[in-house]
Design a protein around this ligand. Structure first.
Ligand SMILES: *[C@@H]1O[C@H](CO)[C@@H](O)[C@H](O)[C@H]1NC(C)=O
Ligand SMILES: *[C@@H]1O[C@H](CO)[C@@H](O)[C@H](O)[C@H]1NC(C)=O
Ligand SMILES: *[C@@H]1O[C@H](CO)[C@@H](O)[C@H](O)[C@H]1NC(C)=O
Length: 441
């Protein structure tokens, strides 16, 4: 009762305030198109950082900002600590000139939650770090098909630039939507693994359904999740990601959408984080001792950010290819051969057999060279690369993984991964171990 009478009041105030201000969605699209500016965001799961301090937020944001990411999409469910953590996030961002916006997770929110969503948007969009298009506060979602963003803006009494993730990919009859965000960041068929590299087919279908509205393209390095069986948590599959990270960035340059959203900064449960690990803070691994901590501990992904940096620069410049300023070999590999018999009560994730038993290098070079991969006891494999960013691979063998870049016969850099590949394993871990070799390492 109290809620509905409050609502009535908010609505009246909102309509009065809006009169002269509201821009129809197409005019804000015009603004985006006219200034032509492109933006890159990273998806941040607020639900797993209950114990973050503002300093933790600042540290993560500095890392993101250092590779050209403009802001975090703050994914929220209905956790009691949202307001505290969103407060830290908006304050940390403001101090860094970084941007943030809320991404409502409709696994938790429903289409009937207009009043609560509007209330949150009124509160947070007034803060200086709120990402805006023109005067309109940017907002996004995970799912939420058919959610009424038009009524939300009216109730909130502000202009909104809504870029929701409608899984149907159909925006016919949408209210108050300015842009669309696909979640189709991995090769799959009906959300099941397939033995194929990702293509832009899903993006193109989404783009055509959007008509003239801008597209926010999802971009992700990996997917592995390995939670136990039903009824507790039936979630145990991979999407084929062997070549994905560099390939997806090439697709982003080619498609050149208005917005990119990296999936994700910190979703450890699905192994597609590019943010740092938090070894002293395992509650951020969603599921504690029985969950992601098993496939995330000791598995950094930080060096993947080094690949993103030149691509983000190229994306913002509208270039078709990235420019490498500093040479680096970014390598990644799984901790065990795929058929290693691990002492794990949960079977291998669905789709595991599609992975190749290979080790991979994304070579970032300023001139032509040769990448030499020595995997365990295998003989060294030499692969020529041209200047630029190229993914190469070699068959995986257990033991130490060593990577070298030659220019002619001169060694430019050489180093080994801190993790040995081993068949002696307690977890079917199809997450990637990521590291890098540079001239100074
Ligand atoms: C803040 O960021 C915006 C956009 O990224 C930029 O145009 C502006 O110059 C920055 N301001 C400061 C004080 O760094
Ligand atoms: C956001 O919505 C939730 C759920 O209704 C509410 O508990 C919270 O106080 C809201 N936050 C703000 C700042 O309005
Ligand atoms: C993915 O692309 C790479 C590089 O072109 C290729 O070597 C690999 O076989 C492809 N994977 C699949 C499953 O087609």
């Amino acid at each position: 009762m109290r809620l509905s009478s409050f609502l009535g009041l908010a609505q009246t105030v909102a309509i009065a305030a809006l009169g002269a201000l509201a821009l129809p969605a197409y005019e804000t699209n015009e603004l985006v198109a006219r200034d032509g500016q492109k933006y890159v965001f990273a998806h941040f799961i607020v639900g797993i950082v209950a114990s973050y301090t503002q300093d933790d937020w600042t540290a993560d944001m500095k890392l993101a900002q250092s590779i050209g990411i403009d802001g975090f999409a703050l994914n929220i469910g209905k956790d009691g600590y949202n307001d505290q953590q969103l407060g830290y996030a908006y304050d940390a961002a403001a101090a860094l000139n970084f941007s943030v916006f809320i991404s409502f997770d409709f696994h938790y929110w429903t289409n009937d939650d207009v009043a609560a969503i509007a209330q949150n948007l009124t509160a947070y969009s007034a803060k200086p770090a709120q990402f805006k298009v023109g005067e309109a506060a940017f907002v996004s979602s995970f799912v939420g098909d058919g959610y009424d963003w038009g009524s939300t803006a009216t109730q909130a009494g502000i202009q909104l630039y809504a870029c929701p993730n409608w899984q149907s990919g159909s925006f016919a009859g949408a209210s108050g939507v300015s842009c669309g965000f696909s979640w189709n960041a991995w090769a799959s068929e009906n959300n099941s693994p397939i033995d194929q590299n990702i293509t832009t087919d899903g993006d193109n279908a989404y783009i055509s359904a959007l008509g003239s509205m801008p597209y926010m393209m999802p971009i992700s390095p990996w997917f592995n999740t390995h939670y136990g069986p039903a009824p507790s948590y039936d979630k145990n599959w991979i999407f084929y990601s062997d070549w994905q990270w560099n390939l997806r960035w090439q697709q982003a340059l080619q498609l050149a959408p208005q917005f990119l959203e990296i999936l994700t900064w910190n979703d450890f449960g699905e192994s597609h984080y590019i943010g740092p690990l938090h070894p002293d803070n395992t509650d951020v691994y969603a599921g504690g001792a029985t969950g992601a901590v098993q496939w995330v501990t000791g598995m950094p992904h930080d060096a993947w950010r080094d690949v993103a940096a030149p691509y983000i620069k190229a994306f913002k410049a509208g270039a078709q290819s990235p420019t490498v300023d500093t040479e680096e070999l970014v390598f990644y590999y799984r901790p065990s051969p795929k058929d290693a018999p691990c002492s794990d009560s949960v079977p291998q994730p669905t789709g595991y057999d599609d992975d190749d038993d290979s080790v991979f290098v994304i070579a970032m070079t300023t001139s032509d060279g040769t990448v030499v991969i020595t995997s365990g006891s295998n003989a060294p494999v030499s692969i020529p690369v041209s200047a630029g960013i190229t993914t190469v691979s070699a068959p995986m063998a257990t033991g130490t993984q060593t990577f070298e870049l030659l220019h002619g016969t001169t060694s430019a850099m050489k180093g080994s991964g801190d993790l040995q590949v081993s068949s002696d394993c307690t977890v079917y871990n199809f997450n990637a171990f990521v590291g890098s070799v540079t001239a100074s390492s």
